[in-house]
Design a protein around this ligand. Structure first.
Ligand code: SF4
Ligand code: SF4
Length: 162
């Protein structure tokens, strides 16, 4: 884990009540804060080196779409059905996910061996730069337990003057 975030779970546990309260009290403002939140995203994706972390690839795993499967198959020079049989399973919600975690494409140095063809959900994680961030605010509280970027962006949101 990245220096300073060894106890991220404890930090997120401590901050959770504040994050939730902010959402409850300031939803109206939050809906207009994408610009500031995206600046926080840029700041912390610059500061925090994902290659020193890799938690999302080790713990969470993305939901994988048919389009992702086609892309991965092309990149791996395999048929989509072979990708499905080798790397994927269907979870309890009926979605494709990786057969096991850590992700089979994560290398020991935290590089992704299918980086150019990785699933869309991997590209978009931790979603702190998406439009209408307020829609994933509550999900980000959960993500803050494992993702330093999500944790720092939520903390930054608390500091924004309204
Ligand atoms: S496909 Fe790549 S980016 Fe996505 S979880 Fe696996 S290692 Fe991480
Ligand atoms: S997105 Fe978050 S959890 Fe994933 S590697 Fe980067 S800092 Fe870690």
């Amino acid at each position: 884990m990245i220096d300073g975030y060894e106890n991220l779970e404890a930090l997120a546990t401590k901050a959770e009540a504040d994050f939730k309260q902010y959402h409850k009290k300031n939803l109206k403002q939050l809906k207009k804060m994408d610009c500031e939140i995206h600046q926080l995203h840029d700041t912390y994706t610059e500061k925090i080196d994902c290659l020193q972390c890799g938690n999302c690839c080790r713990i969470l795993g993305p939901r994988i779409t048919d389009n992702d499967i086609r892309k991965m198959a092309k990149g791996l020079n395999m048929s989509p059905s072979k990708v499905l049989d080798t790397y994927l399973r269907i979870d309890e919600d009926g979605d494709y996910v990786f057969i096991k975690m850590p992700c089979p494409f994560l290398m020991p140095d935290n590089y992704c061996i299918i980086y150019e063809n990785r699933p869309k959900a991997c590209r978009e994680y931790p979603h702190t730069d998406r439009k209408k961030f307020y829609q994933v605010y509550k999900l980000s509280i959960k993500n803050a337990y494992t993702c330093p970027i999500a944790y720092e962006v939520l903390n930054g949101v608390l500091r924004i003057k309204k």
